[in-house]
Design a protein around this ligand. Sequence first.
Ligand SMILES: [Zn+2]
Length: 269
Amino acid sequence: MYLVFDIFVFIFGAVVGSFLNATVYRVKNKKDFIISRSECESCKHKLSPLDLVPVLSYIFLQGKCRYCKEKISSINFFFEIISGIVFLLYFNFLSFNYLINNSAFVYINILFYLFIICIFLYIGLYDFFYYEISDKLIFYSSILVFIYFLISYYFGYISLYIIINHIVTGIIVAGLFLLIILITKGEGMGGGDMKLVFLMGLILGYPAILYVLFVSFVLGAVIGLILILIKNKTLKSSIPFAPFLSSSIILYIIFSVYLLRLISYLYIR
Ligand SMILES: [Zn+2]
């Protein structure tokens, strides 16, 4: 029974990943993302539903466009798999903890964090391809987080003190990033990253933001070093930072219950 659930959740995640992928491409190319059909990026041939099955199409077409035989970016394929795995982990780690406490708020919570995960998958992918973070998306996401806080407050799940903590945390980390940008004169970090960490601070609050930023910097340093070694990239060539920030916050959302338990365990001993 669990296996059926897991397979369903993975497919759901891969489909969402495929949709996010297409949305990134359509937003960048200013196409209507509800009406317009997907097309091949090189020959612009409209793709049939058979070409759009997440994960499987890429394997069956052996990574090539059916019409012009041009290679399709494998990033999209891996992104769909990653999205599937993220959904799988999310539902396996979080929902069972929450479902013990059976109230309407639990479902709002599960949906909210799933939505946040999707937003960060999108932001990470967009920045990876185009070195850009949408101001509008950050703005609307912040509004969404505020609404979530108000609902949580209404249900008595968080106090006013916690809401203030999250807002102040967002402002402080954004301020720290602004300082980094000013000191490094915009090399390495950009204004988009500053707005992104504001949103992350707002979602996570203190001290959670510290773990997530720490993991982002470690991930960024390790991957950056690997790229320098294998791809002859120099320290100067910029690597987008949002994918690392996004990966860390998604990992945190999935594993936070266990992380908090581990930390309290270490401190109590
Ligand atoms: Zn093509």
